[in-house]
Design a protein around this ligand. Structure first.
Ligand code: SAH
Ligand code: SF4
Length: 440
């Protein structure tokens, strides 16, 4: 079968409707066996989202630390919170008792509340986290992706961009997540994986992908601060080349993204001509394909070793013809690229359907012949995605129209499942938004 440049197991998108709810879920829905604290009172500044400079500044501004000691204190606090994962100032044994008491009056290191944690029978873990009242996000840890395992994080609650095939796009933007809230997603996963202090080897969480809810380039300040914190060697220490940011194509921000974060770039392309892309990714009306491609070519640090990932969602009878596969190859000419074909994940109310297996295979074969090749592995975590959707819909009062839509959705899922079931043993479609290709 065709081999796409998707070298590891897939990751899937979070923050949208249940995907692949067609299999009976085998959920091990545990309650976190961790001291999960509620969000702290807003009067306290949460230090976890501050960069090193920001942390020094906050310590000085609070009057708790003298300027001449700011660097030393910041280094101490930094290691306790980002290397050891502590949430309690009292455990910071190299800081005097009085100073710790003052810290507690001004600052907090508290984690947000974890509303739901689910573990798939394949080891995928999904967290629903309440950052503040009404501010809930999902993040997903997927083992065996990237070097060891990847965490898919959200950057916004909702999205302003309204891509027509995306469920998050139907949700109004609630707000940008703060850097602390982005870091909290990483902390929650590491708490759960027992990955404190930061191990120098044999990590379970080796990669971060910004492919959850929201458009990261519309929240670049906080995304950039979060990446500074995540990649710091004296803390979480995930290197920048293991951090991938996915954008729907905010062309003017690409240069700043590259310069500020040195992150790996993923582009949600999904169409090879402006007419279609205007329709399915409306941001294209602002920055068309040509402008986007120019910005990608100029992306700082792009090379064969640091290729751009192009995401392409497979929509039945919309963008899945052999001619479009060939157009894609022409479009990417000269750009060090990998291609990530994403079978469409249906959600309640959508008019789109996932392309047929044979259409995807034909598309993939054309890309493969053009040199975009790599093994494809098994999809992950479908069972808990399903469960998540069930949990959400259970809490909704269903109107008749909703019931009807869900019936149709069920049929679509059955169809998608049959595509998966046709795959040769041990292989599968790159069923996700994220694939190893972008996190290797
Ligand atoms: N906003 C950013 C990052 C989050 S979306 C972006 O658009 O790139 C992550 C990926 O999931 C994008 O490629 C997006 O187009 C894709 N996606 C959204 N909805 C999907 C769906 N229903 N099925 C498959 N992929 C989807
Ligand atoms: Fe969805 Fe990304 Fe489009 Fe926003 S930009 S609507 S998150 S695909």
């Amino acid at each position: 079968m065709a081999q796409l440049d998707i070298s590891q197991a897939f990751l899937y998108r979070v923050g949208q409707s249940p995907q692949f709810a067609f299999r009976k879920p085998h959920i091990l829905a545990h309650t976190l066996d961790l001291p999960v604290k509620s969000a702290a009172p807003s009067a306290l500044v949460n230090l976890t989202g501050l960069t090193r400079n920001g942390l020094m500044q906050a310590l000085v501004d609070s009057g708790v630390v003298e300027p001449r000691k700011a660097k030393m204190r910041a280094t101490q606090v930094w290691r306790w919170m980002h290397h050891y994962g502590f949430t309690d100032f009292d455990l910071m044994t190299d800081i005097g008792k009085e100073q710790r008491a003052l810290f507690k009056e001004k600052f907090t290191l508290a984690r947000p509340e974890i509303i739901e944690r689910q573990v798939s029978n394949d080891g995928t873990r999904k967290y629903l986290i309440r950052m503040a009242p009404g501010i809930e996000v999902e993040s997903v840890y997927i083992p065996s992706v990237g070097r060891a395992g990847a965490l898919c994080v959200s950057s916004q609650v909702g999205c302003t961009l309204n891509c027509t095939f995306c469920h998050t796009g139907t949700q109004k933007l609630v707000r940008n997540l703060t850097a602390a809230e982005i870091i909290a997603q990483v902390q929650v996963a590491r708490d759960d994986l027992g990955e404190w202090p930061s191990p120098s080897e044999d990590r379970q969480l080796s990669n971060i992908v910004f492919m959850g809810m929201g458009e990261p380039l519309y929240n670049l300040d906080n995304v950039s601060d979060a990446i500074d914190i995540i990649s710091d060697n004296e803390g979480i220490a995930i290197s920048r080349r293991r951090i991938t940011v996915s954008t729907s194509g905010v062309a003017p921000e690409l240069e700043a993204l590259g310069n500020r974060t040195q992150a790996m770039l993923a582009i949600s392309l999904h169409a090879t001509n402006d007419e279609l892309r205007d329709e399915i990714v409306p941001l294209n009306k602002k920055y068309n394909i040509e402008q986007l491609m120019d910005a990608i070519r100029a992306y700082p640090g792009i090379s064969n070793a640091r290729r751009v990932t192009f995401e392409y969602v497979m929509l039945k009878d919309v963008n899945d013809t052999p001619a479009e596969a060939r157009a894609l190859i022409r479009l990417l000419k000269g750009i060090p690229a990998k291609i990530n074909l994403i079978p469409f994940n249906p959600w309640p109310g959508t008019d789109y359907q996932c392309s047929s297996w044979s259409a995807i295979e034909t598309f993939a074969t054309i890309l493969n012949k053009a040199g975009y090749a790599s093994p494809i592995r098994t999809p992950r975590g479908r069972d808990i995605l399903a469960a998540c959707g069930q949990l959400k819909s259970e809490s909704e009062k269903k109107r008749a129209s909703v019931v009807l839509r869900e019936k149709r959705l069920g049929e679509q899922r059955e169809e998608t499942a049959s595509i998966q079931d046709n795959l040769p043993a041990g292989e599968s479609l790159p069923f996700a938004h994220l694939a190893g290709g972008m996190v290797d």
